[in-house]
Design a protein around this ligand. Structure first.
Ligand SMILES: O=C(O)c1ccccc1NCC(=O)[C@H](O)[C@H](O)COP(=O)(O)O
Length: 211
């Protein structure tokens, strides 16, 4: 059955105060990047962020081709709920990890998404393909690729979303969730006004805008 609404994940959170404000603005999930990136956090920073968050919010760790042992250690140390995998991780890797996983797919065509749907994971995150960046590009992809694709797993849409286009994306594709990083930043820093606007615009499609 399709999800009646849309979950909102704000990614690339780097400090406890922004994490708390993001949760109180109504986000369903926050993401912390452990892979090399200008948004990278240490396990110590992520643990502080996780501890600052209220209870009913999902804490997501972002990894790119990290060793399963390292991922499990960070998950336990920080208190993460879900891992989001942005590298070349295989179905066997996801199975071996034994954690709740979101598999990110760099969308080039419908086939890449259908292949990922066979992964033993909890959801698929469709993101923009970039030859050098594993995520957080701030660029959209051609959403029409997705229009005729029906996945078995819940779909989270990402890639270049912002308050000005998220409503259209939700209305067109009706994803289970939306994910944003660059589109709620000003000069590389998360901006709480943009975060609030993003959450409201995403949800007003279903008629329950906050704020
Ligand atoms: O955000 C990063 O810097 C990043 C680096 C390496 C792997 C993944 C990364 N982000 C993952 C996310 O969930 C982003 O929110 C997603 O890619 C969308 O980003 P954006 O297009 O900037 O909204």
């Amino acid at each position: 059955m399709p999800y009646k609404g849309v979950k909102v994940k704000i990614c690339g959170i780097r400090d406890p105060r922004t994490a708390y404000d993001t949760a109180m603005a109504g986000a369903d999930a926050v993401g912390m990047v452990f892979a090399p990136s200008r948004r990278q956090v240490t396990p110590e920073q992520a643990r502080e962020i996780c501890q600052a968050l209220p209870p009913l919010i999902t804490r997501v760790g972002i990894f790119v081709d990290a060793a399963p042992k390292e991922v499990r250690e960070i998950v336990n140390y920080c208190g993460l709920d879900v891992v989001q995998l942005h590298g070349q991780e295989s179905p066997e890797y996801c199975r071996e990890l034994g954690l709740r996983c979101i598999k990110a797919v760099a969308v080039r065509d419908g086939r890449t998404l259908e292949q990922a749907d066979a992964f033993p994971v909890s959801a698929i995150l469709a993101d923009t393909y970039h030859p050098k960046e594993a995520g957080g590009t701030g660029k959209t992809f051609d959403w029409s690729i997705m229009e005729d694709i029906r996945l078995k797993r819940p779909l989270i849409l990402a890639g270049g979303l912002h308050p000005g286009n998220v409503g259209r994306a939700v209305a067109l594709l009706k994803p289970y969730g939306v994910d944003v990083s660059s589109g709620v930043e000003i000069n590389g820093q998360k901006d709480i006004t943009l975060i609030q606007a993003f959450i409201s615009r995403a949800r007003e499609v279903y008629g329950y805008a906050a704020g």
